[in-house]
Design a protein around this ligand. Sequence first.
Ligand SMILES: Nc1ncnc2c1ncn2[C@@H]1O[C@H](COP(=O)(O)OP(=O)(O)OP(=O)(O)O)[C@@H](O)[C@H]1O
Length: 748
Amino acid sequence: MSTEELREEQQFVSGLYARLDALREEAESAVQASLSQVGNGLQARLERDVLVAERSGLLAAFDAGENGLCFGRLEFRDGRDHHIGRIGIRASDTERTPLVIDWRADVARPFYLATGHTPMGLRRRRHITTEGREVTALHDELLDLSDTTRTGHEGADADEVLLAALDSARTGRMHDIVQTIQAEQDRIIRAPHRGVLVVEGGPGTGKTVVALHRAAFLLYAHRELLAKRAVLIVGPNPAFLGYIGEVLPALGETGVLLSTVGELFPGVTATGTDTPEAAEVKGRAEMADVLAAAVRDRQRTPEPGEPIVIEHDDGDLILDWTIADQAREAARAADVPHNLGRPHFAFRVIDELTAQLAERIGHDPYGGPNFLGPDDIAQLGKGVAASTEVHAAIEELWPTLTPQRFLAEFLEDPTGLSERDADAVRRPYGAPWTAADVLLLDEAAELLGHDDSAVRAAAEAERAKQIAYAQGVLDVSRASRTYEFEDKDEDDAEVLLAHNIIDAERMAERQEEADHRSAAERAAADRTWAFGHIIVDEAQELSAMAWRLLMRRCPTRSMTLVGDPAQTAEAGGCGSWDSILAPYVEDRWEYTRLGVNYRTPVEIMDVAAEVPRMERPDFMPPSSVRSTGVRPWARRTDDLAASVADAVAAEAGDEGRLAVIAPRELHAELAAELPGVTAGQVPDLTRPVVLIDPRQAKGLEFDTVLVVEPARYGTSDLYVALTRATQRLGVLYGDELPVALKQVEATP
Ligand SMILES: Nc1ncnc2c1ncn2[C@@H]1O[C@H](COP(=O)(O)OP(=O)(O)OP(=O)(O)O)[C@@H](O)[C@H]1O
């Protein structure tokens, strides 16, 4: 191995870190300086906020660069020579020479795609492995086979770097894969952002990690749009979101909101749980019609012949069926949500009651015209409109409803459902909200609408004021040149932030953002937010009502959906991509498949595949990239807790993570024998031993997995549980072993 090459590369990388330090220092002192700036009034504050916001974005990216800043090098046949890194950095010379190219730039693509067959102009591709700031290894691949020069770092196996990554001990947090993205994954990561892209693949094929890198790529390629509108990533549960939460920050990206669907109704925290039956009913597409009908039911009339009699200073007002029915028809004809229809209803009722009063008061007993003129009638109308009794009657017939009140009342006494379904969802008023309720609350919010015209008008006026103000600031700044908006390292900013001009509108937006929150935070607090792109993981689990909610959050339908129908566990999960997508985009969506399993070694995958094969004999799992030579084992026991504890002691290594996957009803008993174990709804996955149930295991991975009482799981839950291990799998049971696992029992 040539130490000279290693030394040269180390020199380059050290220089790169020195530049990173200088840039970071510059950004930090700019932030400090502007924070301590005591300027005069609003203008100074605005300048300061803009600067701090921009520099903080830079700082996040610089921090991301700290680990694995540079991991590759491309030497082209035409003499071009580029280093590839986690972020792009330029030199401080006048040309702003690129020192390291962002992995997302086009020029970096051959790093992931070039092969001996299609070298894409490359002569040599180098993988640079670092620990901290130290270069520890180089792996070279010669793509131009006619080239006879050698560096001494040519590996026997081009996949050495990939295999080392796959074999490494797990930490309880997902890591990025920028160094080893595979060609089939790269194509998905960089696919055009418009429209719906479906990514299907078996366990461990990298669906999640690819989706996250796609988010990073899209934020890079469409920064102006996506930084403003934010990207939403939807995952199945909070533990999973914690597991994947560090990938994007490690890539320098923070403009992303990670959420479960159940967290997408601001102001509501779902703490309750549904029975599987209730969740299934609540997730059905027909719930949209059921709720719409329930809203119409709240638009009432008095019974014919039983009018509401309203006492009024000028005599009783009779609100009968005819008046209410006509007012209701008029309000419904306006074709607006319920709460916005209420003023139409109220207007009609007040009008009719006023006419009634005028008829009575101004009536000419001798048959002449009414005594009252238009002014008198208008005066009467004002009196009717001001009457609290009249308003109470209107409220009774067409109440103003919040989604929460409407849904709580509906669930207390469900209408429009079969008796069995109604029994499944019925529950007392005020019971805690569940994740499936959130879908119904969102639907209800659409049906009910919110009369916020006054609030919106005020917000628009405020925004216009801010734009005018920002324009003034820009004019002054241009004239006096007392401060610079442009980054001194503007080209770096171009690489990192893709901006260089601040216009008045953007500046006004910045001002709005600066005092409070990022786009992602604002999106989290706004039910009507339209995201720039939505990525849905474990998409096969979402119900029809969940899809309605998500589609409302993404009117442009710029979405990436990843999932594996064979891992569908929820009864309400949608069957096929077709049935999910047809109502929204018909057949205008792209489908792609990932076929290689990077997680589970072939020994474990062979066992796991038997499970779905029981139901579908032609089932083909993704092919595993690795083989460990370690076969899974199964053991029968009369003392489950003690045997699990023994197995944990025997299997847990010094490094890495072990998961005991067991039915929830056994958790207390097992945890008692496992000191230091982490369990519960959101277990700390970074701890060495974790106790979870099969549903919680979704999307996660561990070095070693012990599956307990597998006969108690459904097919897909068992398949998920068996495919979580990167190294070793053991099965412990007291009841019985499912037929699909009989072959494992035979192993010693
Ligand atoms: N190109 C790659 N380089 C290094 N590691 C990779 C690569 N692709 C996937 N992996 C690793 O493989 C493992 C499985 O990836 P991931 O969790 O994204 O798979 P998945 O398809 O979402 O699986 P599941 O459906 O079982 O949840 C992760 O540890 C991931 O980092």
